[in-house]
Structures are given as structure tokens and as C-alpha cells.
Write a protein that binds this ligand. Sequence first.
Ligand code: COA
Length: 320
Amino acid sequence: MRIAPPLQIGPLDPDAQDAVRRLAAETADHDGVAPLSEQPLLHLGTDADWLTHVVAHDKHGGTIGYAQVDRGGDVAGAELVVHPDHRRRHTGSMLLRTAERDARLPAVSGAPGQRGKPLRVWAHGDLPPARAFAAARGYDVARELLFLARPLAGAAPSGTAQAPDGFTVRGFRPGEDDDAWVALNARAFADHPEQGRLTADDLRARAAEPWFDAAGFFLVEPAGGGAPVAYLWTKVEPGQPDGARDGEVYAVGVDPAAQGHGLGRALTAVALEHLAAVGCDRAVLYVDGDNTAARATYDRAGFTTAARDVQYAPAPATMS
Ligand SMILES: CC(C)(COP(=O)(O)OP(=O)(O)OC[C@H]1O[C@@H](n2cnc3c(N)ncnc32)[C@H](O)[C@@H]1OP(=O)(O)O)[C@@H](O)C(=O)NCCC(=O)NCCS
């Protein structure tokens, strides 16, 4: 009989956070794909009603599995990982069962009228173990996130990209532009489950990361002045090897009221120019599989699909 390990639910102290970071790094080395995305890693130290940390230990107390459930949005989003040396012992199943129970809790304990949320589980890279695991646990694909890439050799030289008539592009000013950016981002991503609810604190957490560079963050304003109507944020992780340096089109947001003026296309050109100028070899980005407008923009800009992440949801028959 295989006995699944004990689980510990609750906030993580700094040592426990480091153990989860090591688990994620060792899993990434083995699988070739990072099992936890940026947001759950940034939340490892967060202790909040709407966030649950679940750690699986081996009998020596080592961290062999981890799940995080975020009930802050419209759905309960979970990411979970089991160390490659400890798989097929039902640790993943226990973490998932805990996440399922957790998703039924209200976002704020004791909040009147609050109900549980539908659970969604991310599988980065959508590797065969995740696919088999999801099928065995009765989960279907609910959403697909594509990872697109294009080489930067031959990108237009600096200064070529232009804002469409009636608009100007300027650099983001940290601190001064924070609130305007939060409002613009919420308008641009009103239908987006994660991106649209970023707060000024989320922005500041990213601005404190080693990769943050205000020179790669741009705002578009109406030429006559006024609140920004679009933004482009790029991200270049430090310490990447020469010759294989990726630069991410981290986020592009256009206010719905300013859509249809070619701002998405213009900002993509600004991104390629900027990333080439700071020495990147490849431009990369994530886009929702069903975002046909954005995909058409990136197709035209020469991007192709390099990988896909999948979000799984319980198949209707298994929902309780
Ligand atoms: C997916 C993952 C969490 C599974 O963890 P795990 O502890 O090995 O899973 P379990 O032991 O609970 O597996 C439950 C069932 O899923 C199926 N399954 C899991 N991994 C499988 C694999 N590699 N091949 C075939 N079936 C598999 C089996 O039916 C298994 O039951 P069984 O062992 O009795 O046959 C783990 O492989 C992992 O961390 N992957 C990287 C992160 C990731 O993709 N997370 C998202 C998951 S949706």
C-alpha cells in the first residue's frame, strides 16, 4: 500500500518559503518547465484569508509537494507541484483534494453571502504527467495560454517605431504613474481573470524585483494630453546567457475606448525595438488561446507558438 505524506496547511515561514522555491527550481530542472508561475512565487510569503498554502513533507520533514490556492478572483486558481523523485504516490491527488475543499471556502472567512468559487488548476507546459493526472482526477481543459516567440535578429533599429497619429509614447514614471496605470490596466483587462485585478501593491512588488526596469515600461497618451490610454511593459530577467537572452513583452494593455487605432500593433513594434536595443536575442510573450485579436497582432509581428500552458477545471460530471 502507498501511503501519501502528511500535508500542512497555513502560512509559510521564510525557511518553508525557501524550501518551496528549491522544490520549484529542482522540478523545473527535471521537467524543463517551471511548475509555479510568477504570481504564486511572489505570494509565498503572503498570509491572507483568500490565499492557502499546502505543503507535503516526506518522513524526514523535507518539502516534496506544494499547492497554492488563490481565491481572490472570480475563480479559485491553484498551482501545484510534486517533486520528480516523489511522484505517483498520490501526493498530487492529496494536494488537489485539499485545493478542491479550499475552493469551496469563502474568499474572506466569515464574510456574509460569500460562496466558494470554481477551481482552476494551471499546468505549465502541459506535460504528459499533468495531462494524465488531470484526466485521472476528472479534469478538462478550460483555458489555454500560449507562449509565443520570435527572434530579434533583423528587428527594426531604435527610433523606427511610431505612435499612431493623435497619440504620444512616453516612459512610465514609477510612483507618479502608479494609480493611473492601475486604473488603465483594470479597464484594459476588465475581462481578464488575473491581470485585470492587479493593484498598486502588485505593481510595487514587481517594481521591487531585480528584473524591473522603468526604461522598458511605456505609456501612451492622447497627443493633446490626458490620462494614459495604453501601456507596454517589457521584462528581461537578469543573468541570462549571452546569445540566448529572452525579452518578454510582459503586458500590453489598451483602453477599450482607444481600441481600433493601431495602438496594439504600434506598441508591439516599440517592444521589439526596445528588446533588441537592450541586447535580447528573442522576444517572447504569453497570450490567451482565445484572444484572437492579440494573436493576429503577434502573428503579423512574426511570433510563433513555442509552448502552451493549460488551465484545467473539474469536468461537469465530477463537480460536487
Ligand atoms: C502532475 C503532478 C502534480 C502529479 O503528481 P503525483 O503526485 O505524481 O500524482 P498522483 O500520484 O496523485 O497521481 C494520480 C493519478 O494520476 C495519473 N498520473 C499521474 N502522473 C502520471 C504519469 N506520469 N503518467 C501516467 N499517469 C499519471 C495516474 O492515474 C495516477 O494514479 P496511479 O498512480 O494510481 O495510477 C506532478 O507530475 C507534477 O508536479 N508535475 C509538474 C507540475 C504540474 O504539471 N502541475 C499541474 C497539474 S494539473
